[in-house]
Design a protein around this ligand. Structure first.
Ligand SMILES: NC(=O)C1=CN([C@@H]2O[C@H](COP(=O)(O)OP(=O)(O)OC[C@H]3O[C@@H](n4cnc5c(N)ncnc54)[C@H](OP(=O)(O)O)[C@@H]3O)[C@@H](O)[C@H]2O)C=CC1
Ligand SMILES: Nc1nc(=O)c2c([nH]1)NC[C@@H]1CN(c3ccc(C(=O)N[C@@H](CCC(=O)O)C(=O)O)cc3)C=[N+]21
Length: 289
């Protein structure tokens, strides 16, 4: 491993170079990968993430289309927009930025996205395929974390991996990808009794709770590898993770910073999934209603 800091910006940059090459190859065959991002409402964090995604697409020559709606949009309007994108040949990937306003059923929206264009890997078909080890779109944050571990030469097999958080988009798939690589996996969540006693046993600790600095020095084992997924604002408005980075740094063998750790990898894997989808464009099956 090269140093303690797991640099997601750097590792993501290396992966983006190979994606860029493949995008160029596809373009010379007349195919431009295309991503549609649907953004509902005016949440400022969502706007920032979406802007980052758009910028990354344009840097690699991936076509991106931002579709914005007011928070009051009806579920039906959103569903018909997705239907349209499902059959739009310029679009290989569809991402609906979450969370959605309360009056919209998120799962219903995710279910409406063609599994062939579900570059987030959130559709039940892709979730199911991932669980049984069939090729599928893998969710970007967990698959990005697997790449971080791989590029940092962290051997996962046989290790005790503790995942704090069990959301459909991060925690649950994270544990499953680690399990596929032969880790022994423990999930923790808000009902876990004595969280610290469990996190302290982790060789690999992934924290995805949205609770600023939940994990401190006393909660990690000497030499652990710590992956911080959290994106929080501290009282000064500064970005911070779910781990108290300064406090645990001395104790761990490797750790991701916030920003510059997991976030850039999430976007890298989104670009990767969009490219994979574009490569399959010609074999994509028509959708039967
Ligand atoms: N860097 C990146 O690319 C990404 C970052 N994020 C960030 O990661 C964080 C998590 O996101 P997401 O998974 O969507 O969040 P959710 O709010 O959907 O899930 C949070 C999870 O953390 C658990 N949790 C909350 N508080 C505690 C606690 N005190 N102790 C133990 N477990 C707790 C919850 O438990 P329970 O299930 O019991 O409620 C839940 O399972 C957020 O900060 C988000 O912004 C998210 C996606 C991508
Ligand atoms: N359908 C859907 N798919 C998602 O993948 C999805 C989502 N909804 N909703 C919100 C979360 C969050 N998320 C992030 C992506 C990039 C950064 C990122 O680029 N972070 C930078 C810093 C960003 C900043 O400066 O604010 C970094 O960590 O270095 C963060 C968070 C994707 N999510």
């Amino acid at each position: 491993m090269s140093g303690k800091l797991i640099n997601g910006k750097e590792i993501g940059g290396k992966i983006r170079e190979t994606i860029q090459q493949e995008v160029n190859d596809l373009k010379s065959e007349g195919i431009t990968p295309g991503l549609a991002v649907i953004l509902v409402g005016d949440d400022s964090a969502s706007h920032t993430y979406v802007a980052n995604k758009q910028k990354a697409c344009s840097e690699l020559g991936i076509y991106s289309r931002l579709i914005q709606f007011e928070a009051e949009i009806s579920e039906d309007t959103l569903l018909s927009q997705i239907e349209q994108l499902n059959t739009d040949s310029a679009i290989d990937g569809i991402l609906v930025q979450l969370p959605l306003p309360k009056h919209i059923n998120e799962q219903k929206i995710i279910d409406a996205i063609s599994p062939y264009k579900d570059v987030d890997g959130f559709h039940p078909i892709n979730v199911g395929k991932m669980l049984i080890g069939e090729p599928s779109f893998q969710p970007c944050t967990p698959s990005g974390i697997m790449k971080l571990l791989e590029y940092s030469n962290v051997d996962v097999a046989g290790k005790h991996a503790v995942v704090v958080g069990r959301s459909n988009i991060v925690g649950i798939p994270m544990g499953q990808l680690l399990l596929k690589k032969d880790a022994t996996v423990t999930y923790c969540h808000s009902k876990t009794q004595d969280l610290s006693a469990i996190t302290k046993q982790a060789d690999i600790l992934v924290v995805a709770t949205g609770r600023a600095k939940l994990i401190g020095k006393e909660d990690v084992k000497d030499g652990a590898v710590v992956i911080d997924v959290g994106m929080n604002r501290d009282i000064h408005g500064k970005l911070c993770g779910d781990v108290d980075f300064d406090a645990v740094f001395e104790k761990v063998s490797a750790i991701t910073p916030v920003p510059g750790g997991v976030g850039p990898m999430t976007i890298t894997m989104l670009l990767y999934n969009t490219l994979q989808s574009a490569k399959k464009k010609s074999s994509r099956q028509p959708l039967v209603k």
